[in-house]
Ligand binder design. Structure first.
Ligand SMILES: NC(=O)c1ccc[n+]([C@@H]2O[C@H](COP(=O)([O-])OP(=O)(O)OC[C@H]3O[C@@H](n4cnc5c(N)ncnc54)[C@H](OP(=O)(O)O)[C@@H]3O)[C@@H](O)[C@H]2O)c1
Length: 351
């Protein structure tokens, strides 16, 4: 098989590291370049000894003319860097004919530039927003196959959108009733050193943050509204829990018409038929972040109250996997014509 040369810009961050871990054993690709601002010229395995004897590249810088050099040596580039920095680099990568990009930042996730600018900052490459595809393969698989720029979804939006998509599409979601109560592990904030994220500040505690202010809210609303054909409002409260990886979403919504639990389970089963990474729990069993660690799964369960009016969906993902890196590899597979599951068959970490 002709292997595809890939590069990871931002390979020293948590999402980038997870990408390297997956791509180095992916049977269809070769790592061509890994960048870091902090460690240019230093062997990757010196900084991350866990991958000694497995990854033999040194870090390249991501500055100067490096993006053009990277695009010249790689057919697909993953950008795992902060928003704003991503939109500065991506047009330079795409200027190389044939280059494809999977961007893990928020810079190309919005269809309307005004929405992006309301929640983030001025957009410097708005002309790319119309061609970028929101990379949730369970919703946009065919568009992902055809694009050269995938906007990989945020971690919380992946958890919430997959949890509610079947109800939205079936017009069963009361558009002003959605509450997304989500808990994330600390790696969701990246590898940066912030006082509030140090061990003693996080361990043995449990807190909400960015209440009504989290930037993932408009992303959830954009995709659920598109599916529902009407504006859907999401009341989203993120929480930080003392674990490294994982997101559990407890999603509450009212139904437009009463439905029995069995009917909704059948709706979900049909919606996710042919999507190997969404697993629907049988009655009586509930998702746990421990069951998806290191794997590309989204585990779902649902319960409906006695009157059939109120539904609770439980959705579990690994924020660094289905919420970031392994979903990016799933998108990469689709973009280059590989089987969607290639390189993603490793079972979750146990226990
Ligand atoms: N963490 C998650 O669960 C998660 C989930 C979904 C999406 N994402 C998104 O993925 C991206 C990376 O997140 P992360 O959590 O991996 O962050 P991180 O751990 O802080 O890593 C950021 C990476 O970007 C590099 N970088 C920083 N500023 C840069 C710039 N101006 N130009 C080039 N490279 C730069 C850093 O290099 P140095 O460290 O060498 O300076 C590092 O490799 C973000 O856009 C984030 O929103 C993260």
């Amino acid at each position: 098989m002709n292997k595809i040369k890939v590069a990871v810009i931002g390979a020293s961050g948590y999402a980038g590291l997870e990408l390297v871990r997956l791509l180095v054993r992916h049977p269809g690709c070769d790592l061509a370049a890994l960048t870091s601002l902090e460690y240019p010229g230093i062997p990757f395995s010196q900084v991350f000894p866990a991958l000694a004897g497995i990854v033999d590249l040194s870090f390249s810088p991501a500055s100067g003319s490096e993006p053009e050099k990277i695009a010249a040596g790689a057919e697909v580039v993953f950008t795992a860097i902060p928003h704003q920095a991503a939109m500065g680099i991506i047009p330079r990568l795409l200027a190389k004919k044939g280059c494809k990009v999977v961007d893990l930042s928020a810079d190309f996730r919005f269809r309307e530039v005004g929405l992006y600018e309301k929640w983030y900052q001025a957009h410097t490459a708005p002309e790319l927003l119309t061609e970028a595809v929101y990379g949730l393969p369970e919703l946009h698989r065919e568009e992902v196959r055809r694009t050269r720029l995938v906007a990989n979804p945020g971690c919380y939006p992946t958890c919430v959108i997959l949890g509610l998509a079947p109800l939205a599409q079936a017009r069963l979601l009361q558009p002003d009733s959605v509450i997304a109560d989500c808990k994330s592990g600390v790696s969701g904030a990246g590898r940066q050193t912030l006082l509030g994220l140090t061990f003693c500040e996080v361990n043995d505690g449990f807190r909400a943050y960015k209440v009504l202010e989290h930037r993932h809210t408009p992303e959830m609303e954009q995709e659920l509204s598109r599916l529902a054909g009407t504006p859907v409002q999401v009341t989203f409260t993120p929480h930080l829990v003392p674990m490294s990886r994982g997101i559990l979403g407890t999603l509450y919504a009212s139904l437009t018409e009463p439905r029995a639990e069995g009917e909704l389970r059948e709706l979900y089963r049909k919606f996710y038929q042919g999507h190997p990474f969404v697993r629907l729990h049988p009655p009586g069993s509930l998702p746990d972040t421990r069951n998806v660690r290191g794997a590309n799964f989204c585990d779902l369960a649902l319960r409906v109250d006695e009157g059939g009016r109120r539904v609770i969906v439980l959705s579990a993902i690994d924020n660094l996997a289905k919420g970031a890196a392994s979903q990016a590899v799933q998108n990469f597979n689709l973009m280059v014509g590989f089987p969607e599951t290639m390189g993603l068959e490793t079972p979750p970490f146990l226990p």
